[in-house]
Design a protein around this ligand. Structure first.
Ligand code: ATP
Ligand code: MG
Length: 407
């Protein structure tokens, strides 16, 4: 079936006046960004609906892309006909549409809505003519007015006649960019991409902060974190990826801090740096993928000892989810397969065998006096690199040649 446009219905847009305008404007912007890869496709975000005109592009891949964007409730592929299209053409189009999705034993109904009163057939006649034609030409189908399997809608408007028969569930949530700005501490693991997804679902625009530790961590580990970011950028458009060199800090800590506090002090340094970046970029909170009690550094006592270094909100969308629940979401959002690739990030490599599960704030502060906190922080901040990541970026594959040379 050749569709002319995708009609998008808005989700939980904030209800009133100005807010609604802002939300729709942002959603339009986000959709334009993720659809940039499709030549010729245009986006018109109106007050009640958004129209994505396909201009000869295939509907399938465009719909797959739209399905990930937060702020969309449902959408429908639509065939647009000229406003004076004769009934015969409407009948043929309706039959083709229904045949495409019909499975034996299913029922259907035609629902016409007529704004253009100049059209020679009224609502009743249109339903009758088109419904009768479908019944005559499609074996095994039955008409049913209440809860049909297929509801073909015909909108007779001044601008044209619109046919649609499928309503596809969108990603719901709020458009990314309408819920404030935050930073995300993104590792290459399973949890933090899921936490990012949940923050973005509430409309938060995230900048990703990733700590990497060459030569202890590989180019692949960095590329993996960037590819995870590319997956997440499909939810609402381009994302800034900030990579922070962390090896020097880890070496210092390893040398000068007692083993039981290696993890706590590393995490405090990470959060300090993340907080400084957050403030410098005018963001208002730091998100992490922590889940209560999952590992030693994620006990409540540990969170307190780490949180001590900043008074910014540290938000943990996964706090009370089980690992199996987190994995399920990771699979749904298609980050799982990337996350389990065996490229170690900076934490796994410097994880002490027995980190304290109940570190004390005072002790952490005391041991930190063995290292030059400000100097190390400044050096790390001077070494950051920022890249813009788009939905169709693929760092692991793009760099395959480079990697194979390194092996
Ligand atoms: P994840 O699956 O997200 O890596 P995890 O179960 O491995 O989490 P930890 O290693 O304790 O748990 O990390 C806890 C959180 O700290 C992560 O969810 C992430 O937000 C942050 N974090 C860990 N390592 C990094 C890193 N290299 N860069 C940025 N943030 C990190
Ligand atoms: Mg991890």
């Amino acid at each position: 079936m050749k569709y002319s446009e995708i009609m998008v219905r808005y989700g939980e847009l904030s209800t009133k006046g100005k807010n609604r305008r802002v939300f729709i404007g942002q959603l339009g912007h986000n959709v334009r960004q993720v659809l940039k890869q499709f030549d010729g496709v245009t986006v018109d975000a109106q007050r009640d609906r958004m129209h994505v005109s396909l201009h000869d592009q295939d509907a399938g891949p465009v719909m797959d892309t739209l399905q990930k964007v937060f702020g969309i409730e449902t959408f429908s592929p639509v065939v647009k006909l000229e406003k004076n299209t004769p009934i015969e053409k409407i009948q043929e189009t309706a039959l083709e549409m229904i045949s495409n999705q019909f499975k034996n034993g299913e029922t259907f109904k035609i629902s016409t809505n007529r704004q253009n009163k100049d059209y020679p057939l009224n609502t009743y006649q249109m339903n009758d003519e088109v419904g009768g034609y479908v019944l005559d030409h499609l074996k095994g189908i039955e008409a049913q007015m209440k809860h049909p399997d297929i509801n073909l809608q015909i909108d007779v408007r001044m601008s044209g006649i619109y046919l649609s028969s499928q309503t596809i569930q969108g990603a719901l949530g709020l458009p990314v960019g309408t819920g404030g700005r935050g930073t995300m501490m993104l590792s290459g693991g399973i949890d933090s991409p899921v936490a990012a997804y949940m923050a973005m679902k509430r409309g938060v625009k995230l900048d990703m902060i990733h700590f990497y530790s060459p030569p202890y961590t590989s180019e692949q580990a960095l590329a993996k974190a960037k590819d995870l970011t590319a997956k997440l950028s499909a939810l609402g458009g381009t994302v800034d990826f900030i990579q922070v060199p962390f090896a020097k800090i880890q070496e210092e800590i390893k040398e000068k801090v007692p083993e039981g506090y290696l993890m706590t002090v590393q995490r405090r340094m990470m959060l300090r740096i993340a907080a400084a970046i957050t403030i410098a970029r005018h963001c208002d909170g730091v998100f992490t993928g922590e889940s209560l009690g999952q590992v030693a550094s994620q006990t409540l006592e540990s969170m307190r000892a780490i949180n001590d270094v900043t008074n910014l909100p540290v938000l943990r969308p996964l706090l009370s989810l089980d690992k199996t629940e987190i994995i399920k979401i990771a699979e749904q959002i298609d980050t799982y397969d990337l996350s389990i690739l065996p490229y170690e990030d900076c934490c796994t490599i410097f994880t002490p065998p027995a980190p304290k599960t109940k570190p004390k704030v005072e002790k952490a502060r005391e041991f930190e006096q063995n290292i030059d906190v400000d100097g190390l922080m400044k050096e790390a901040l001077d070494g950051i690199k920022i890249s813009k990541i788009h939905p169709d970026d693929d760092y692991l594959n793009a760099n395959e040649d480079v990697f194979s040379e390194l092996l």
